[in-house]
Design a protein around this ligand. Structure first.
Ligand code: SAH
Length: 344
């Protein structure tokens, strides 16, 4: 597989292309072609000297990811793209359309994958059931954005690192992708339009708070006590309190960014009123949102979604105590693109 130019930090482009000092402005030109004009090949970069284009072509790839499938949900318009990597592996990401409440305009969110397979093995998730294959490169993470643009003919408004994989277990590649996605010289996404979701890797949350540009954080909490969490997320060795502490540190370091706690409601496991009270005691008074997620059934797994009544009561406890809660509508379940349904 040729190296992708997108995996090389901007500061090194001049060196790897052996540009003489007086030609370092070429870096800016290439960035413009790649990001502002979304060139699909080095041949498209017609303002560059032919020799430089040859050099780029010989040394790097630009678009290595092939979109080999695009299934659209008949129910809600969400869609699942399937990709093939340079080494012939496949994985998916999900496009989620929504309407802006203020303007009525359509907005697109992209639910990106960061790994092929997932080693985190959350008991209720389809991604945790398949073998872990490999980390995605930064380029493969970012190219999902370009592929979504090609498929829809529209700009993607917000990016959710909520597809297959545990983003913070692929820390190095995710960090460069975040820098490039946020950089005005790269994709130029605003801080509020990028959200990284993690199952709660404490050391990496702390590292991210020091090293990443500002991005929203989402934490898949799913339990209010350690015993329940260990049952459904057996690989997570951090206590709920340790996770919360790292989240508050992240929030402080990032200037009070939005933190969301994701909470899949599972019948008989984490959906009781007592649990809701416990959760609200832990989170009240903080600048957080809680996303209550309806469980998407995964074939072969015995979990059941909480009843509508239990979900509403759970939500009631949280909102009564002043917490911001959203009940996430299930999307894409008919095309196996719902939360926790991504496999490969
Ligand atoms: N590994 C990261 C990114 C995945 S995000 C993380 O855990 O945050 C995917 C979200 O969907 C997570 O909150 C995950 O816990 C949730 N999820 C997993 N399986 C699900 C299922 N079957 N139904 C609903 N949500 C699920």
């Amino acid at each position: 597989m040729p190296n992708s130019l997108l995996d090389v930090p901007f500061g090194e482009w001049g060196r790897v292309l052996e540009l003489p000092e007086k030609e370092t402005y070429r870096v800016k030109q290439i960035q413009e072609w790649v990001f502002a004009r979304r060139a699909k090949s080095f041949d498209d970069m017609t303002s560059l000297p032919a020799l430089l284009r040859v050099k780029l072509k010989e040394s790097f790839s630009l678009r290595a990811l092939k979109t080999i499938g695009h299934d659209v949900s008949q129910k809600d318009g969400s869609s699942r793209m399937t990709f093939e990597t340079g080494d012939k592996k496949t994985f998916s990401s999900v496009i989620l359309p929504s309407r802006s409440r203020e303007t009525g305009e359509e907005r697109l969110s992209l639910c990106l994958s960061t790994q092929i397979g997932c080693a985190w093995r959350c008991a209720f998730c389809a991604s945790g059931k398949v073998h872990f294959v490999r980390n995605l490169f930064s380029s493969e993470i970012m190219e999902q954005v370009m592929c979504a643009e090609d498929v829809t003919g529209k700009k993607v408004d917000s990016l959710l690192f909520m597809g297959m994989g545990e983003p913070l277990a692929n820390y190095h590649h995710v960090l460069w992708a975040l820098r490039c996605l946020r950089s005005p010289l790269g994709f130029g996404y605003g801080a509020r339009h990028v959200t990284v979701s993690t199952s709660g890797l404490v050391p990496q949350i702390l590292k991210l708070s020091q090293e990443s540009p500002k991005v929203n954080l989402a934490v898949s909490l799913h339990a209010a006590d350690d015993e329940t969490r260990r049952k459904i997320m057996p690989k997570s060795s951090w206590s709920v309190q340790q996770i919360l502490k790292s989240v508050w540190a992240y929030q402080k370091q990032m200037g009070n960014v939005r933190v969301t706690f994701e909470y899949v409601l599972l019948k008989g496991l984490n959906d009781s009123l007592r649990t809701a009270q416990r959760l609200s005691n832990m989170l009240r008074g903080r600048n957080v949102w809680i996303n209550l997620i309806e469980y998407n059934p995964v074939p072969g797994l015995a979990f059941q979604k909480a009843s509508r009544d239990a979900m509403e009561k759970f939500e009631g406890v949280l909102t009564k105590r002043g917490l911001f809660v959203r009940m996430r509508k299930p999307q894409g379940a008919d095309i196996k693109a719902g939360c926790g349904q991504l496999s490969y």
